[in-house]
Every structure is written in structure tokens, then in C-alpha cells.
Design a protein around this ligand. Structure first.
Ligand code: CDP
Length: 798
């Protein structure tokens, strides 16, 4: 019988656009999170690693006898033992291979040389300190520009003379690959014909994601059942399970990967690290669970670095400032192994988004990767695979061009934006941008910051000899990897899955192949399902991170979760709604075609008072079904997105510079983001605050630096600085909304936009403050010392 809806409307439907508090936060706030190091299993052993003090050296001997005498130490393994298990080397995600423990030589400082297993963490550390390793130092290559010199020492002797790499021919033993895109000839021709040309070299320095919780894992091989359970700080548990199965030969159904709560990842927790492999081997050999948790120094020196792109750009334009062509050459320093975490088809990631928000008719980009004596990586640090580097390059270069043309940088951008009518926009480097309204977003930002008044103030201050700068960045992102026709990692397609199971009483459990590390999926996935099914958001629990229960998916990084799993959530919920409609028709005693979904309930067409809620339908799915219908209300949906999403933003930064000390103060920073439909504005704002803070750190504080011997000079938080509340500027945020036309709810990713878009705004502001002194570019990090030197060189008195 039909039920009147009035009293039965769920109270807690909180769908899209609601700034509800994060459902996951109470457990974190009261200290009830369950992080890797909170997990302690009966009989568990601990592992510590021995690291190389040299950046390049032969290993003459490893003596473990003293370590084995330390009370509590159970075993020590080296590459020799791993070789016995076929695990001395493992494949990287980039088609290269890497040593697990040093095999004959070390290739970077802090490289893992041996693993010590003991009854306590302290005993393991004492054991590691007691392992005696005899090294013979070799010549070191630190500068990527010197890596392919004819007389450069060969770093990778394992592939010496093999001139065919995973991504094409190699031209030197230290060369990894060359990748290019676009039309070289046409671009060079257009450049030659351009009235104005600028050239600029710029470096995006090596950085590190440095999550507050370092990496770690527990390997737990149950010899009775033959099942391996691995607890791991992994952003991509399913991919890890598949890789572990391929590498160890253990059938995938006998491996369970559990990613517990994760304290930040930012791309650092995507790759497979030697420590993981050693802990698992230790557990298999010793028959006990083995825990390994990195130290901060291990995290900063051995796990995946980011950036390290050395870029040369040339842009052509008309005298009026209309861009004509762009040519880019980049040298990428990949360290000792190519362990970048990029989709297989794109060894330089999505760097070819470097034409940005501008209508370049001709473009060509070439990237070359080389080996050096540094830790491997090239991970997508809060970035969709090299998009940060691309965005910085074009946004910095547009300012260089504006300077050359003596044109206001906002005016230059407005003159060159891709127009709304041009979408879907095919870029010269091969992407099809889904949607955008760049002019609108920039105008909102200009208005909000009071651009015209600021320029006036700047002119007055300049006349008085004071230094003030305004920096703009109007970036376009490319996120949501990705459509299976182009995107895979080690052959695994990059779709993502959602499982939705509605219980009889109208509550639900939702599972996804993604794995959040602070992004708030437990809230936003529940909001999407609440919106689509009309269920109370508080009665939807979200689970991620257990490969035994979650549907397959490639994980959370590169702002891909909303474009992929977010789509799966919406479409899965809609599939459930189709079945629910049949049940509703049965309850309402009308034909299915007479029922419609209005205001989050099923209503008989033309009879608004006759309706049933999803709660009632859910109960009926287990108690009162139409004859012959399969009971239950659940589905698993795999979503293969038709395209990537292209969020954008307009950021404006105002800085004041102290002439005497070189100190740069960020006075204001306005960030207007456009990520399409917003699921939760409070979460988006939080994402933007965090990302801007990371961009600020890159611009002013951070670099993983090396001396000539390959010593890592940034191995702890006193040398590699994290911004605290004290240094961090106040962020002024806002948004415009240009939905993605192909995403089921019109949403684009947002997590990485602020990290991608902000560094150029900071640097542009500093250079703008100094431009009248002849300064055209300063590489990050823009430290006080660097600015002080620039000022003194420019003859500015303190
Ligand atoms: O892959 P990741 O979760 O790092 O990035 P994302 O998809 O950009 O999402 C970051 C957080 O912002 C998630 O909780 C999203 O659901 C949320 N978000 C949102 O509320 N609205 C959007 N349009 C995009 C993301």
C-alpha cells in the first residue's frame, strides 16, 4: 500500500554542496585513529635497515657477525639472501628495475644495504648499527647536465651497453629515455616568424612530499594458511597486491593488503619501497609478523622524491601579445633508478599540459631523463604526474613574456585565454580540455584582491624605493587518470570501483578502490550516495583500504579520486535507484513508468502526495519484493571515465620585500578555484589551504639538495623546512563553478590544484617586485639569502 511521505522524509540527506563536518574527524581528534604503527601483532618482530654513507661505491664486504651477537637480533639479510628468493631486484612502476638491497654497489647515499630483524625496534636499530660494510668509493654524478658527458662514470652497470630502454632508445649509459610531443618543425617555423620571442631557463628543484607519518608496513605470512597479510601505508593497496603477487609468485587471492589510516601521502606512498619487500621476506623466512616503520631521515633520503625538472622554454608572440608558439626542452633527473610513478604511456607524466590556459596553435615539448647518484623517485607529489612542473613553467613564462612586452600580466593572460566557446578544446599537445571559463575566474580574483588599486600602490611605493610585487597564476590542471584507452600502470587500467550496499533499515556501506590519506572520502563519498539515493548521510559508512573487501581500484593520488571513484559512486547509486524504482512501483501499486524520482523520493506522476522514500524501498528490498525479483539492494560499479577533467584557478599573491634583509612577506593571497560541481565546500577549502601551504613551502623554503659528493643536505626537518602556522600566510579562497560535461556529477578533482597553481604566483610576485631592477627570474626556493644577494647585485642599498 502507498504511504504518505510527510512523516517519513529522512532528516539527514546531505548531498552535494553541503559543508558538513568530516565524518572521520572525531576518531582522529580523540586519538582513536588506527595508523600503521598502532598495529601490534602477537610475536611481531621489528626491522631496521643499514644505509650507505656513500653516494656511489663498490661493496667489498658485509660482515653481519657482530650484529647477530646483539641480544634480540634474529637475522640479517643482504642482497645475497634476496637473490636466493629471486628478489634482489624488483620492477619499478616506470618499466625499470631497482635493487632491493645494494647488489655489488650502492648508487646513492642512504641506499639500503642490509635488513636486520629483532625482537624490539631498539635491538633492530642496534643490530643495524653493528653491521660492518666495507666500501670502495667511486666517482659521483650529481649534476644531471653532466650525467651524459662522454667521460661520465657509468652508474647502472646492470644495463651497461643495453641501448634499448623501457621507453625507447638510450643514447648514453646514464640516459634513460627521451620523450616528445607536438610538431617540432611547425613550432620552430612559427617561432621563427614570431615578432617577439622570449627564452627562459628555470629549475623546479627536487622536493619531497614529506608526509607527517612516514612510510611503513607489517608483513605477516601465516604459514599454516599460506596467506600473506600486509599492512601498509599505501595510497594504492590493490595495485600493491597485484605487484606483490607478480613479484613473489604468491597467488593474489592469498595476499591481503590493508592500508589502515594514513597520515598524509601526497604521492610518497604510491611506490613499492625496499623496506616493504624486506619486511615481507623477513616474515616469510622467520615465520613471524615483521614491522618496519621509517625514520624521518629514511623518508627524506630514500623514498620517492618529486620534481627535479630543469626546463628551457621559448615562446613566440605578436607585438600585441598574442601567443603564437611554444617550445620546451626539459632534463629530468631521475636518480639511480627510474622509479617515477607515471602512467605507462607517459614517462614524463602529463607534462604536456604545459600550454596551460592559453590558445597556443603550435607547441612542441621534449623531455629527457637521466640517471644520477641520487635516490630514485619522480613521484607525483600532490600533482597529476608532472603537472606542477608544467604549470609553473607556463605561468612563470607568461610573466616573462609580459615583462618583455611591457604589458600587464593580467592583460596578457586575458588576451590569450582559451574562450568558453572553444570547449571541448583540443590542445596543440594532444589533450581535449573538457570545460573552463578562465576569464571569469581571473576577473573574480582581480576584483577580490583590488588589482587596480594594488598596481597604483605599487607605482607609488616604487617611486619611494619600496619593494612590492603582485604575482598572478591562472593555471589549468589535468586530473582524473584515467580513461583506460590511454592510462595504465604496469598494464593495469586506471578505472576505479565503488560498491554500495543498502541495508534493510535504510543505512548503507560504501566501499571504494581509492584510499584517502586525509582528503575526507568518508564524508564526500557518503554525500554523493546521499544525494543520489536520498539516504541519511550519517547512516552511510565508507570503507577503503582493504583489498579483501573493497572493489578493485588504482588508489588515491593525482586528484583522481573524485573524477574516477566519485563517478563510480554516482553511477553505482543510480543503478541501485533503477532497481529501487521497480520496488517503489510495486509498493505504490502502479506501473514503473508511472513513478518518478522527485526531491529524493519516488512519487507517482501527477500525484505528489503518493510517494515512498528510499528507506521504505530498502526495507521492501528484503521483505516485500515484486514477484520474481532478486532480493537485496546493492551493486558494484566500475567507472572508466571517458576523459580527464581540467580544473582551473586564478591565484594572486601580493608580497612586500625588505630591502635590508631580503625577507619576503606574503601580504595577501587570493585563490579562486574552479573544480566544477563542489561536493563539500568545507573540504574543498581545507584542500586548498593545505595545498597552498605546500606551494608556499616549495616557493620559499624547500629543496632536497646535494653536495658534490652526493651527500644529501636535506635529510631532516631542520634542513628541509616545513611551514608552521607562524610562517604560513592567511589564505583568501573562493570559487567559480564550471561543471565537467562528462563527469556524472560534473565534478573535477581539486586536491592538487593549489600545490600546482600557487608556486608560480609566489615567484611571479617576487620577480614583479624586483622587475624594475632588471630581475627577470629567480629559481625556487626563494630564500631570504637569495633575495638579499639579488638586491646587492642590483646595487640596492639596504
Ligand atoms: O584523489 P584525491 O582525493 O586526493 O583528490 P580529489 O578527488 O581532488 O578530492 C579531494 C577531496 O575533495 C575529496 O574528499 C573530494 O571528494 C573533495 N572534492 C569535493 O568536495 N568537490 C570536488 N569537486 C572535488 C573534490
Amino acid at each position: 500500500m502507498a504511504v504518505e511521505s510527510a512523516n517519513l522524509e529522512p532528516k539527514g540527506i546531505q548531498g552535494l554542496g553541503k559543508a558538513i563536518k568530516r565524518k572521520e574527524d572525531p576518531r582522529f581528534i580523540v586519538g582513536k585513529g588506527n595508523y600503521l604503527d598502532d598495529i601490534n601483532l602477537p610475536g611481531m618482530l621489528h626491522m631496521a635497515l643499514v644505509h650507505s654513507p656513500y653516494a656511489h661505491a663498490k661493496i667489498l664486504n658485509i660482515d653481519t657477525s657482530e650484529a647477530l651477537k646483539i641480544p634480540g637480533v634474529k637475522a640479517v639479510i643482504t642482497s645475497k639472501e634476496l637473490a636466493g628468493a629471486g628478489l634482489a631486484w624488483i620492477p619499478t612502476l616506470a618499466g625499470d628495475k631497482q635493487m632491493v638491497l645494494a647488489d655489488g654497489k650502492v648508487l646513492y647515499q642512504y641506499q639500503e644495504v642490509a635488513a636486520v630483524f629483532a625482537e624490539s625496534r631498539q635491538a633492530a636499530a642496534d643490530g643495524a648499527a653493528a653491521v660492518q660494510v666495507e666500501y670502495e668509493p667511486l666517482p659521483v654524478v650529481v649534476d644531471p647536465f653532466k650525467a651524459t658527458a662522454p667521460d661520465a662514470p657509468v652508474l647502472r652497470e646492470d644495463i651497461k651497453g643495453n641501448m634499448t630502454g623501457a621507453h625507447g632508445p638510450r643514447r648514453h649509459d646514464n640516459h634513460i629515455w627521451t620523450w616528445d610531443v607536438g610538431s617540432k618543425d611547425e613550432t620552430e617555423k612559427a617561432l621563427a616568424q614570431s615578432e617577439v620571442r622570449i627564452k627562459q631557463h628555470m629549475v623546479y628543484p627536487r622536493s619531497h612530499p614529506a608526509p607527517l607519518e612516514p612510510c611503513g608496513c607489517i608483513g605477516d605470512m601465516n604459514k599454516a594458511t599460506g596467506r600473506l597479510t600486509v599492512y601498509m601505508t599505501s595510497q594504492a593497496p590493490h595495485a600493491i597486491r597485484t605487484v606483490l603477487s607478480l613479484v613473489t609468485g604468491i597467488p593474489e587471492n592469498n595476499i591481503r593488503v590493508i592500508s589502515p589510516d594514513i597520515g598524509g601521502g601526497f604521492g610518497n606512498k604510491v611506490p613499492v619501497y625496499p623496506g616493504y619487500v624486506c619486511a615481507i621476506v623477513g616474515s616469510i623466512v622467520l615465520g613471524a609478523p615483521v614491522k618496519w616503520v621509517e625514520t624521518r631521515t629514511e623518508n627524506l633520503t630514500t623514498t620517492g622524491f618529486a620534481r627535479d625538472f630543469h626546463m628551457d622554454i621559448e615562446i613566440g608572440a605578436t607585438k600585441e601579445g598574442k601567443v603564437t608558439a611554444m617550445k620546451v626542452y626539459t632534463l629530468a633527473d631521475h636518480g639511480a633508478f627510474d622509479a617515477a610513478a607515471d602512467p605507462s604511456k607517459y614517462p614524463a607524466g602529463l607534462f604536456s599540459i604545459c600550454t596551460g590556459s592559453y590558445d597556443f596553435q603550435k607547441a612542441y615539448a621534449q623531455v629527457e631523463a637521466v640517471y644520477t647518484n641520487k635516490a630514485p623517485g619522480g613521484v607525483a607529489y600532490r600533482c597529476s604526474f608532472r603537472v606542477t612542473e608544467a604549470s609553473y613553467l607556463i605561468e612563470r613564462s607568461m610573466d616573462v613574456l609580459a615583462h618583455e612586452l611591457k604589458m600587464d600580466p593580467a592583460e596578457l593572460r586575458l588576451k590569450n585565454f582559451i574562450q568558453p566557446s572553444q570547449f571541448p578544446y583540443p590542445s596543440a599537445l594532444g589533450w581535449t580540455y573538457d570545460s573552463g571559463d578562465y576569464e571569469k575566474t581571473l576577473k573574480v580574483a582581480l576584483e577580490r584582491i583590488g588589482y587596480a588599486e594594488l598596481r597604483k600602490e605599487q607605482a607609488e611605493k616604487r617611486a619611494r624605493g619600496e619593494l612590492m610585487g603582485i604575482g598572478i597564476s591562472t593555471f589549468t590542471e589535468i586530473v582524473g587518470a584515467g580513461p583506460s584507452k590511454d592510462f595504465d600502470i604496469l598494464g593495469i587500467k586506471m578505472f576505479d570501483g565503488a560498491e554500495i550496499r543498502v541495508h534493510p533499515s535504510g543505512s548503507a556501506i560504501v566501499r571504494a578502490g581509492t584510499r584517502h590519506q586525509g582528503q575526507g572520502h568518508e564524508t564526500t563519498w557518503a554525500q554523493i550516495v546521499s544525494e543520489e539515493l536520498g539516504l541519511d548521510v550519517d547512516k552511510i559508512i565508507v570503507e577503503e583500504g582493504d583489498t579483501d573487501t573493497a572493489p578493485y581500484g588504482l588508489g588515491t593520488y593525482a586528484s583522481r579520486s573524485t573524477p574516477t571513484a566519485g563517478g563510480a559512486m554516482a553511477l553505482g547509486a543510480r543503478r541501485i535507484r533503477e532497481k529501487a524504482k521497480k520496488i517503489a512501483a510495486h509498493l505504490l501499486e502502479v506501473g514503473e513508468n508511472d513513478v518518478e524520482w522527485v526531491d529524493k523520493k519516488f512519487v507517482v506522476k501527477g500525484v505528489p502526495g503518493k510517494s515512498v522514500t528510499m528507506n521504505e524501498v530498502a526495507f521492501a528490498a528484503y521483505t516485500n519484493l515484486p514477484p520474481g525479483m532478486e532480493p537485496g539492494l546493492e551493486t558494484t560499479y566500475y567507472y572508466d571515465p571517458p576523459n580527464l577533467t581540467f580544473p582551473h584557478g586564478a591565484y594572486i599573491c601580493v608580497v612586500d620585500i625588505d630591502k635590508g634583509t631580503g625577507e619576503v612577506k606574503v601580504r595577501r593571497f587570493v585563490a579562486i578555484d574552479d573544480c566544477g560541481t563542489i561536493i563539500n565546500p568545507m573540504i574543498v577549502e581545507g584542500q586548498v589551504h593545505g595545498g597552498l601551504t605546500e606551494g608556499f613551502a616549495m616557493a620559499f623554503m624547500q629543496e632536497i639538495a646535494f653536495d658534490e659528493q652526493g651527500n644529501n643536505l636535506s635529510s631532516n626537518f631542520t634542513d628541509y623546512l616545513l611551514p608552521t602556522a607562524l610562517e604560513t600566510p592567511k589564505w583568501e579562497t573562493g570559487h567559480t563553478v564550471t561543471p565537467s560535461p562528462h563527469h556524472p556529477i560534473g565534478a573535477k578533482g581539486v586536491g592538487e590544484s593549489p600545490t600546482v597553481g600557487s608556486p608560480a604566483a609566489f615567484v611571479n610576485a617576487v620577480v614583479d617586485a624586483l622587475a624594475h631592477l632588471g630581475v627577470r627570474h629567480i629559481d625556487m626556493p626563494i630564500t631570504r639569502e637569495k633575495v638579499w644577494k639579488v638586491l646587492r647585485q642590483a646595487g640596492v642599498d639596504s
